[in-house]
Design a protein around this ligand. Structure first.
Ligand SMILES: Nc1nc2c(ncn2[C@@H]2O[C@H](COP(=O)(O)OP(=O)(O)OP(=O)(O)O)[C@@H](O)[C@H]2O)c(=O)[nH]1
Ligand SMILES: Nc1nc2c(ncn2[C@@H]2O[C@H](COP(=O)(O)OP(=O)(O)OP(=O)(O)O)[C@@H](O)[C@H]2O)c(=O)[nH]1
Ligand SMILES: [Mg+2]
Ligand SMILES: [Mg+2]
Lengths: 276, 295
């Protein structure tokens, strides 16, 4: 894609295009280019590989923060999975539950999307597929009460991990964000512990609105991590650079398809390689 | 917002006497940034800015007494022209008219199938919903529940008699039933798929070649980013899209993908989804979306 051995205006414009079309924000793309210029100013001889490698290093440095690992030290760990409509939450709950089951943990799923047509049936089918029990309620039952029942099951039975699927909601819908806060409070009360992880699922094909989503969800229900889905598509998911470097949130996993094993732990190296 | 930003820029520039071409270019830097923040595609922004600049010079914005107002008008008019108008659905053909919905995973196709069904039933069409997504868990049930909620019949895909039905058989069987029971409009819901997934794109192509739908509607999330151009182009090149439906417009995204998609495939944006209820469905208005994109 790049075929020049010095950082002239044309080359810089090509780099800017590559960054912005990866859904990296304008401001951050400029920062990356400035950092790149600084990094290679010390080089006596430039070539295409050196510039490419420096560019990758600049981006990798922005997303390689040292975040604490997910804390499984309590006897019981609770994941609340949230995000806007269609991001991939229900599918991700299935994949994540299976991932932790393969680590030898005793997982329980709560199907707290009681609103959308066939929301709970979709989660139930996933549960059957992976051999993990799913707590459900009736259609249009208060999702907080389903969360309550699942929390009691976690507390009283031999489960180590509870993963809660919630209905999709746009972050600008105040009453829906309040419903989510209520689900979280209900879980804390019933389980005796607050959910350790509130993870927002972000669709890699979306643009800068993802940042607004993360900010709003963080402000209204306090998010602890991100899972970015659909990275098997043509979009590069560049918004996670700002999510990590500016919003200070870890990307825990990436979704790379619709099958059960299409989930992997986030790797800054692989992410940057995928951009170029 | 953009107009107050431009006012500020021009006020500052007027202080140095007559405006120059360079002043226009500098003022447009803010417009460029605003459009990129709104998720309009990088290359489309480049072209848009170039066209606006040439119009501004051609219309002598530099000599104007109200350059920022004139500039904003040029920008707004250019945007509205590019976004185009809605066009009616092509449902004049001999029944059953066939409408096929296609798009990326999670864009809102199944919900939109219900919205379209409700919309058409209100103008006295007799609609038949067809679940052709055989992959997603509970997709068929989802469309059945949607149909039941609005009293629209739904084809019984993969019932006990036909447990391994594939999309081609599903659509053929549904057409046979529609003809038998005089349903005049068939709406086919398909599985979400990546535009780079060849086998699944071929599945859609096969449906198109066999059944020649009167409408092939590309259902796109209004929050899409820079890749909207690639996605729209591939769906259009493969299928010949007849129209676009933008969903989740009730969010707070600026929706620049609308411009990216329209500019790339030049097919009319016909409807927008503005909520999760089946009645949250409106005809597309370019001027309203232009306002949003320009912020
Ligand atoms: N290609 C691809 N598709 C995915 C991925 N994750 C989820 N999907 C698909 O995206 C679509 C939506 O997934 P869901 O799990 O229903 O999304 P959701 O966030 O639960 O949706 P709502 O509950 O309606 O808000 C489905 O077709 C999934 O198969 C991924 O990593 N890659
Ligand atoms: N707020 C809002 N939500 C919408 C709109 N359209 C669809 N949705 C929601 O978006 C999510 C995904 O909708 P679906 O209809 O399942 O999407 P799909 O394209 O059929 O998904 P796949 O079949 O997995 O590709 C659901 O939660 C819908 O309720 C809309 O206009 N506004
Ligand atoms: Mg879901
Ligand atoms: Mg669907």
């Amino acid at each position: 894609v790049f075929s020049s051995s010095k950082l002239d205006d044309d080359y810089i414009e090509k780099i800017e295009e590559a960054l912005i079309t990866s859904d990296i924000s304008f401001g951050t793309s400029n920062e990356i280019i400035e950092d790149l210029k600084k990094m290679i100013s010390k080089e006596k001889e430039l070539n295409q590989d050196k510039i490419q490698n420096a560019l990758k290093k600049v981006i990798k440095d922005k997303i390689s923060k040292d975040f604490p690992l997910i804390d499984f030290n309590n006897k019981k760990t609770i994941f609340l999975i949230v995000g806007v409509n269609g991001a991939g939450k229900t599918t991700t709950v299935g994949k994540l539950a299976n991932f932790y089951k393969n680590e030898g943990r005793n997982v329980l799923i709560a199907a707290c999307d009681t609103f959308r047509a066939a929301g709970k049936e979709q989660m139930e089918i996933w549960g059957e597929k992976i051999g993990i029990p799913v707590v459900t309620g009736k259609e249009n039952q208060d999702p907080a009460s389903v969360a309550h029942d699942a929390s009691i099951m976690l507390k009283e039975k031999d489960f180590d991990v509870l993963i809660i699927d919630t209905a999709g909601r746009l972050h600008n819908k105040k009453h829906l964000m309040e419903e989510l806060a209520k689900i979280k409070r209900t879980v804390s009360k019933a389980a005796g512990i607050s959910p350790q992880e509130t993870i927002i699922v972000i669709d890699a094909s979306l643009g800068q609105n993802s940042i607004a989503q993360i900010e709003q969800f963080k402000e209204l229900i306090d998010v602890s991590g991100i899972i970015i889905t659909k990275l098997d598509g043509s979009a590069k998911g560049g918004i996670i650079i700002d999510a990590i470097s500016k919003l200070n949130l870890p990307v825990r996993f990436i979704g790379t398809g619709e099958k059960i094993d299409d989930i992997s732990e986030f790797s800054p190296e692989m992410f940057v390689d995928n951009i170029f | 917002n953009l107009s107050s930003k431009l006012e500020k820029v021009f006020k500052h520039l007027r202080g140095f006497g007559k405006l120059s071409e360079k002043n226009i270019e500098d003022a447009l830097k803010d417009v460029r940034l605003s459009l990129l923040e709104a998720d309009v595609n990088y290359l489309i922004v480049k072209e848009f800015i170039e066209n606006v600049k040439n119009k501004a010079i051609g219309e002598k914005v530099m000599d104007s007494l109200t350059p920022s107002q004139q500039m904003i008008k040029i920008i707004r008019d250019e945007m509205v022209e590019l976004l185009g108008q809605s066009e009616p659905l092509d449902i004049k053909a001999k029944p059953p008219v066939i409408i096929l919905l296609a798009g990326l995973q999670g864009s809102g196709k199944t919900t939109t199938a219900g919205k379209l069904a409700l919309y058409l039933s209100r103008i006295k069409r007799s609609v038949y919903l067809v679940p052709a997504d055989i992959y997603r868990p509970a997709a068929i049930l989802q469309l059945k529940k949607i149909g039941a909620s609005i009293n629209i019949p739904v084809y019984d895909t993969r019932n006990e008699a036909n447990p391994d039905e594939k999309p081609v058989q599903i659509v053929q069987n549904a057409i046979n039933i529609a003809e038998k029971y005089a349903y005049d409009t068939i709406i086919i819901d398909t599985a979400g798929r990546l535009e780079i997934d060849e086998p699944l794109m071929n599945e859609l192509k096969e449906l198109k070649n066999k059944f020649n739908p009167n409408e092939i509607l590309f259902v796109a999330d209004s929050m899409l980013g820079q890749s909207a151009v690639n996605v729209a182009k591939k769906f259009n090149d493969t299928l010949g899209i007849s129209g676009v439906i933008l969903t989740k417009v009730d969010g707070d995204s600026r929706g620049g993908a609308a411009l990216s998609i329209k500019k790339t495939i030049n097919k009319p944006i016909k409807f927008i989804g503005v909520g999760e209820k089946l009645s949250d469905f409106e005809v597309f208005h370019g001027d309203r979306i232009a306002e949003r994109i320009l912020g």
